[in-house]
Write a protein that binds this ligand. Structure first.
Ligand code: ADP
Ligand code: MG
Ligand code: MG
Length: 923
């Protein structure tokens, strides 16, 4: 017997439940759950995702068992709704809705009013006593069906502007214009009736097929179209961006229609149980009288606010549901409480009011901005709705990025007047050049330009362009429009419903009154207030410390965390910023950046072109004081926190290569050194390497030119000694780069220890220091047990380790990596997200091997991956002591580490490790 493929819900009962998302999709599972909770939901049934998979395995044939099961479920729906599908007197109409496991806003298409045809129309008119309503429903069905089923699902791809939906919309616009009205609701029954006939003619002419005049054909056409839309271009593109597997499939929900377009006592709406932009605990939403389905979302009319407390600039003149229909509002608010209490999370809901009676059509966990996510998590934990661990797990580490995000400088903003104001759909500041199509956004962004995508409204086709843009501005749509939902999900600056903006797509410009903004002109958006400015306003870094929810959540997270978070920084200013963000040390201070300083580069070059040790030593020592000053600054900024200093790493050619093109500089250097220019030139040319990344760099420099190591160690240690004497605590960790054999590190270590001893003697003070190495050459990982015998710490340089493990030149991956990612040869860019299966094995092995000969060996990571959440979690799991990342990633790393500790707690840390103990004390 085949598995059950159809799940019924309605009349206070349901076959399915919320936990069956994989089988029923999110929408179907939650409709079932709401029905069981006795929340009013129109009856219906869900066809499982397994049927979608079967459909594709069957090469686009619907499995046979389905017909019988659908028939049986349909009878139940008819019984509950007291109507019959295809009936001449009392026809049941249906919606056919998709629903994947994860909510994919707007990606899959819904067809409403299925079952209306020449046979059933008279019955609907008779029964409702409202011909206008019947034809309004009919014209909607025809439009949706033509678009979704006859065009998109059939794989037709008309040129831009040639799509059937647009053609039908134009026909409707024409009727409205002729009548001199702007709202759909102003059209009469007769006008809509004529329009339906015109629609059908347009469809016949353009698609070459007639709109089906049979309820059964419409129903099965709809079901197939949902399955088909799973593999539509835009759905695939969304899944790629969001990392949703392509083989999950979608479920189909077939549900009795309820009508928000049945006159002045009917309405439709969308709401969030809390404000999705700010997280404030207020019921938040929009509704429209005499409207159906997605009218609210589509930005056709400006929707009204749900209640008085959440009115905004653009809708404050409109009547709230709370004022207009208090009884229905109260019932809805009661459902809001019930749903939040049941799901223990913010819900995004859809409802329809049919002649004063409320129906719920959807509930799902609502998307939210990072700011809102943090605030809701903390509020819910503090009110005991969820526990602290759940609160921590509720926020994606990446979402914190938004709180750390720049905003338009308020001082500068005060001085200029906004040209327009829209709805603040995604917070933060966005400054970029205006573009008007998704394609342009992609093209410009690929060239490294910052663009703001300006559209009337966005649709799923725009998703990739929205991704490329730094911010999004739309003329239409409300806080629940497509643009708002998508931008909010990504934490992107976004302003919607900016009615004053008039877009002329042909001329590639928009106007606001007299102001003209052309493609490429700079504009600035304040996504927190909805204000739009011309020009390029300065942006300020964020100040998350002022946000008390953020501080609270981070406190909870730090108490859970079992590894340390450090930063990669070489300037005292960066170090100080990182400490503000919670850095507990420096994991990587690169010394070469210090060499480029204009006051000292000449001595660096003198050192490089010297052709004997004596001259080189003389030049090197001129750098000593500079370097010492650098380290004093850093050590002071870190005030007793450990600082890992890496000895000189890059190939020397990098410091002098440019002189070959710059004769003046070359002559100056020759004069400075008292050498003939030709000799200097020869020397520089001799430094050329075919493959500098694999050439004379890292510890290979310190071994060939030990005086460089000597000078650097002297600078580090004398800075430390000097500060120690002044009672400033200093913890230097000296790190040799690019070690591949034990002998290399032993060689460098001998110099380091010797010079360190000399300095301590000179200063007559003891300074604690450590010596270690970067693990960035595969051989170092393979022989980590040997290397650990002469190392006190390992720091994984996963940028080079990735480069050398894959054999991809970091500087050249641009030529093939995009192809690899597009074709899924690689799931992710390994330089961004640590390749756990390959490079990660080397890390894991090196930690274990290292600690086998050197128990307690301190291990950390200092590659770019140290701030990427999934990589941080990996570092926690393989037992690293810390991760190190750029200052702005520090909070994200702290947070990811806390989540890792919740997901896979480390045993050894229990009771004594950091965090755990602190946490226990507080409870
Ligand atoms: P999406 O996944 O885009 O949210 P939905 O399936 O929720 O698509 O449907 C689109 C619109 O149609 C929504 O506004 C929804 O509330 C409305 N709708 C869906 N089913 C019904 C129904 N049975 N009666 C009335 N409106 C419906
Ligand atoms: Mg939709
Ligand atoms: Mg919906």
């Amino acid at each position: 017997m085949a598995k059950k493929s159809v799940y019924f819900f309605g009349g206070g009962k349901a076959d399915g439940k919320a936990s069956m998302k994989n089988l029923l999709g999110g929408k179907g599972a939650n409709l079932a759950e709401m029905a069981s909770l006795k929340i009013p939901v129109p009856a219906g049934f869900t066809i499982t995702t397994e049927m979608c998979t079967a459909y594709y395995e069957n090469k686009g044939q619907l499995p046979k068992q389905l017909t019988a099961e659908v028939k049986k479920a349909m009878v139940k729906v008819e019984q509950v709704m007291k109507k019959k599908f295809g009936d001449l007197k009392n026809p049941l109409l249906l919606s056919v809705r998709s629903g994947a496991r994860m909510s994919m806003p707007g990606m899959m298409d819904t067809v409403l009013n299925i079952g209306l045809c020449s046979k059933t129309l008279p019955g609907l008119i008779e029964k409702s006593g409202d011909a206008r309503f019947a034809y309004d429903s009919y014209r909607r069905l025809i439009m949706m069906y033509a678009d979704v089923v006859m065009e998109k699902a059939a794989g037709l791809e008309p040129a831009d502007g040639e799509g059937i939906r647009l053609k039908l919309e134009h026909a409707m616009e024409k009727v409205k214009k002729a009548k001199g009205v702007t709202e759909d609701t102003a059209l009469s029954a007769d006008e809509l009736k004529d329009l339906c006939e015109e629609f059908k003619a347009i469809i016949k002419k353009n698609i070459g097929k007639a709109f089906p005049d049979d309820p059964e054909e419409q129903l099965w056409g709809g079901i197939k179209a949902v399955f088909q839309s799973w593999n539509g271009k835009r759905a695939i593109s969304y899944r790629r961006i969001e990392g949703i597997p392509h083989d999950w499939g979608t479920a189909v929900n077939v549900q009795a229609m309820v009508f928000g377009n049945l006159g002045e006592t009917s309405a439709t709406g969308v709401a969030f149980t809390r404000d999705p932009a700010t997280g404030i605990n207020k019921f938040y939403g929009e509704w429209l009288v005499n409207a159906q389905g997605e009218d609210v979302v589509a930005g056709i009319r400006t929707p009204s606010p749900l209640n008085e407390a959440t009115k905004n600039e653009s809708n404050k003149h409109l009547k709230s549901l709370e004022k207009e229909w208090p009884k229905v509002y109260k019932q809805l608010a009661g459902i809001r409480d019930k749903l939040e209490d049941h799901y223990r999370d913010m819900q995004d809901i859809e409802f329809t009011i049919e002649e004063g009676i409320l129906y719920m059509l959807q509930t799902r966990t609502g998307k939210r901005t990072g700011m809102a996510a943090v605030r809701m998590a903390v509020d819910m934990a503090e009110s005991k709705m969820i526990n602290k661990n759940t609160a921590i797990m509720r926020v994606k580490p990446e979402q914190l990025d938004e709180l750390l995000h720049p905003m338009i400088d308020p001082a500068a903003e005060k001085l200029v007047a906004p040209i327009a104001k829209g709805l603040p759909a995604g917070p933060g500041g966005g400054v970029g050049q205006a573009v008007f199509t998704s394609e342009a956004a992609n093209e410009w962004a690929a060239k490294g330009l910052k663009v703001i995508l300006v559209r009337n409204e966005t649709s799923p086709e725009d998703v990739e362009g929205m991704r490329s843009a730094v911010a999004i501005l739309t003329a239409m749509g409300g806080m629940t429009s497509h643009a708002a939902l998508v931008a909010r999900g990504w934490g992107k600056c976004c302003i919607v419903g900016c009615g004053a903006v008039r877009i002329d797509a042909k001329a590639k410009q928009f106007t606001v009154g007299e102001t003209v903004v052309k493609e490429g002109d700079w504009i600035s958006l304040n996504g927190t207030t909805g204000k739009v400015y011309t020009g390029k306003l300065p942006v300020l870094p964020a100040d998350p410390d002022k946000n008390k929810w953020y501080s609270t959540l981070m406190k909870w997270a730090d108490a859970m965390r079992q590894i340390n978070v450090r930063t990669n920084a070489e300037s005292p200013a960066d170090a100080a910023q990182a400490v503000k963000f919670g850095a507990e040390g420096i994991g990587l201070a690169r010394t070469e950046h210090m060499f480029f300083d204009s006051a000292r580069i000449i001595f660096v070059r003198e050192m490089i072109v010297a052709d004997n040790e004596a001259d080189r030593r003389k030049a090197v020592m001129k750098l000593l004081d500079f370097q010492k000053k650098d380290f004093v600054g850093i050590f002071k900024a870190m005030a007793g926190k450990p600082v890992t200093v890496r000895l000189l790493d890059p190939p020397l050619h990098e410091f002098v290569g440019s002189l070959l093109e710059d004769r003046k500089e070359l002559t100056a250097l020759a004069d400075h050194c008292g050498l003939p220019a030709a000799k200097v030139e020869d020397r520089i040319k001799s430094l050329h390497e075919f493959n500098p990344m694999l050439g004379h760099r890292g510890c290979r420099l310190g071994i060939a030119y030990p005086e460089i190591t000597e000078m650097q160690v002297r600078a580090i240690m004398s800075a430390a000694a000097e500060l120690s004497k002044k009672k400033v605590k200093v913890l230097p960790e000296i790190m040799a780069p690019l070690v591949g054999t034990k002998a290399e590190l032993a060689h460098q270590r001998a110099i380091i220890d010797r010079v360190a001893a000399e300095v301590q003697k000179e200063y007559k003070t003891k300074v604690k220091y450590m010596v270690g190495t970067m693990i960035e050459v595969p051989r170092a990982a393979l022989t980590a047990d040997e290397i650990a015998e002469v190392a006190e710490f390992f720091s994984f340089g996963t940028n080079d380790l990735t480069q050398m493990t894959f054999g991809y030149s970091r500087d050249d991956v641009g030529s093939f990596l995009p192809t690899y990612l597009a074709q899924n040869i690689l799931p992710k860019d390994p330089f961004e997200v640590l390749d756990q299966g390959g490079v990660g094995q080397l890390v894991d092995m090196a930690v274990r091997k290292g600690r086998s000969t050197h128990p307690g060996l301190k291990c950390g990571i200092c590659g770019e991956h140290g701030g990427e959440p999934s990589s941080v979690k990996f570092c926690h799991r393989v037992g690293l002591n810390y991760v190190s990342c750029s200052p702005f990633r520090v909070p994200i790393a702290r947070f990811a580490a806390a989540q890792a500790a919740i997901e896979t707690p480390r045993k050894e840390a229990k009771g004594k490790g950091k965090g755990k103990a602190k946490n226990a004390k507080k409870k």
